[in-house]
Design a protein around this ligand. Sequence first.
Ligand SMILES: Nc1ncnc2c1ncn2[C@@H]1O[C@H](COP(=O)(O)OP(=O)(O)OP(=O)(O)O)[C@@H](O)[C@H]1O
Ligand SMILES: CC(=O)N[C@H]1[C@@H]2OC[C@@H](O2)[C@@H](O)[C@@H]1O[C@H](C)C(=O)O
Length: 411
Amino acid sequence: MNANGLRAAGPRGRRAGEEDGSRSVRVAIGLMSGTSVDGIDAAAIEIREGDGGRPQVRLLSFENVPYPPAVREEIFALFDPSAATVDRVGRMNALLGELYAEAALSAIRRAGLEPEEVDVVGSHGQTIYHAPQPHSSQGYELRYTVQIGEGAVIAARTGIPCVSDFRVADMAWGGQGAPLVPFTEYLLYGEPDRTLLLQNIGGIGNVTVLPASCAPEEVYAFDTGPGNMVIDGVVSRLFPGMSMDVGGARAKEGNVDQELLAQLQEEPYFAQALPKSTGRELFGAAYVDRLIAYRDERGLPPNDLVATATKLTAWSIGDSYRRYIRPKHSAAAMIVGGGGSYNPTLLGMLKEELEPMGVQVMTQEDIGQSSDAKEAIAFALLADYAIAGRPNSLPGVTGARRAAVLGKISY
Ligand SMILES: Nc1ncnc2c1ncn2[C@@H]1O[C@H](COP(=O)(O)OP(=O)(O)OP(=O)(O)O)[C@@H](O)[C@H]1O
Ligand SMILES: CC(=O)N[C@H]1[C@@H]2OC[C@@H](O2)[C@@H](O)[C@@H]1O[C@H](C)C(=O)O
């Protein structure tokens, strides 16, 4: 037995006492590096078959490994398609494979395990481009998305099969390729009597709606708009050396500029029909440039711009509920995850939006989970399905024509 009470493994995927190799208990590593580009989230989980075919998951270890500053800077450079030359993308793909492998090995050690005891690594990779709306070319309707961090390198360094590049299979079936986490939220969070909203506030914000006792095809989810991306963008431009509004301190000191907010609320994405997903292509550097130009023109205090960006995120989440969800389902609670959970000013604004509509706002921590670890756990679970050849997508969420086994396997 190791520190977590797991028996030492025999052949991969088979622990002592499970001589039939039925894979009833598995260990998976999940790696997530999101649109905020703050680093690599690595989780080790144990998966058991639970009631009704739903897995039961236990977190064995979690850590966030920050990207080295030069790597972060180079990733930001690659968000500009004209700068993202094939040699730079290829090099970063290989380098991230190395960094992800190290993060996986570290999570394994932290869980008190050996690599031989781990069944699979699921790695989301780093999104550098996301084009979910169809582009017509040569008579074809093309959707594409690019996540880098070579799975073959992760598999080679860890000796563990790695599932990576999850989004493209959903796009091949006409889907948005995002969001993918709702599949795992359906498995892990569904409740018989209450409609729940699971709101992620990472770089981008996304919500999953789990109607009470829903079937998989009744789940819906979409990107609500910016999460922390615009907040981080204005903070790093206005306060050199800062990459985020830690604790929401700047926004708390500022006043929302109502005129700017009204302009930003006109962004067509907010009214776009579902399914929809977005990214840095819309809410990245060029968007922040426009906010900075507005501030320079009006002489707005820096904290007011941060407060307005924070309010925009909270408003877009409230607006999403009013526009797309409330007409069909009244939710009892919203459980917030992602780094935005650690910004009390943002959470306060979110409560002002939602609580008058009867939706209680809580964080993952409030329910005994981790806002930070949630997406890494999700990619571990998605990989566990993929390696078993089990479909792991919700076509009703992404708009794909059918469910598919998402992820490419490197042995
Ligand atoms: N203590 C804190 N105070 C304020 N904001 C915080 C704090 N900690 C994290 N954040 C915010 O959360 C962001 C990171 O969130 P997270 O790691 O969930 O994003 P991500 O996974 O990269 O994004 P996505 O889910 O869109 O892919 C940071 O960039 C920052 O804006
Ligand atoms: C293309 C891409 O990387 N999208 C991310 C991003 O970050 C949040 C939101 O936008 C979501 O659509 C998605 O990530 C989560 C992990 C998902 O697929 O569920």
